[in-house]
Write a new protein. Sequence first.
Length: 291
Amino acid sequence: MTDSTRAPITNDSLELVCPECRYDLRAITSERCPECGLAIDRQSMSVSRIPWAHRKSIGRWRAYWRTNLMVIFRIERLADEIARPVSFADAQRFRHVTVLVAWLTVLAWRGSLSIAHRERLFDELRDPGSHFGWWLQALVVASALFAAWLALLMMSGVGSYFFHPRGLPVIQQNRGIALSYYTCAPLALLWLPALCAGLAACLSTTDWVQDGPGKRWVNALVIAATGFGAAIVFSCWVGIVSLMARITRCGRGQTITMTVYLPCAWALCAAVAALIPAAVFYVSVVVLSFR
């Protein structure tokens, strides 16, 4: 399922379709699509317009955030890439980078809560007489962090199953699946609600808040964190449904199905990932009970 974004020598780059009606233009010599009449620029349609595909020339940092802005605010431009070569490897790499950024944000947020409240995670696992309990505690924390990464990874790819309907040619199905991975871009903005929540946690332990005047600021930060978090989830939700509808040209029924399916699938991914730290925690408690 890999293809090139530059060299017109791969099978994908030889596949030329109309960006408007998806008509196969490989055997057409005219400069207009015979189906819808759209003017065809064959040279521009042989190169991807996704900034991430050109990160070697414009820089990884700039390419990454330009792609994020494109996905969040110009989803129709991402959908138009179905008519151009799309690198599956590039899309997967973008997905993994985004998941890593989101996971590091979750890690920093949880660490700020621990520092703010001067607590140790899972203190109930401590064994005052030895270091054995601390090793179990570290194992539970590590499993929880792994579960968070696994949940983000599964949630960022579960929507791709709707991007390969039988009505699309195989090459467009492959492109659609690759493009679906870019819709996880809003996850890179998780640092906004995490920052607000972390500041609220830190301020809540100060005398300034305990005495009363700072409570309004803490409440405002909590509201901001909730709002930013909801906006990120909504952006991911709307983005992938809109992309699916534009690429597959599906009917209203399938769009509604996707709209309902996606949050259920996300919840299932989170539940499956949560089983890992839950199992480790249970085993740790059982082990400590026999000591």
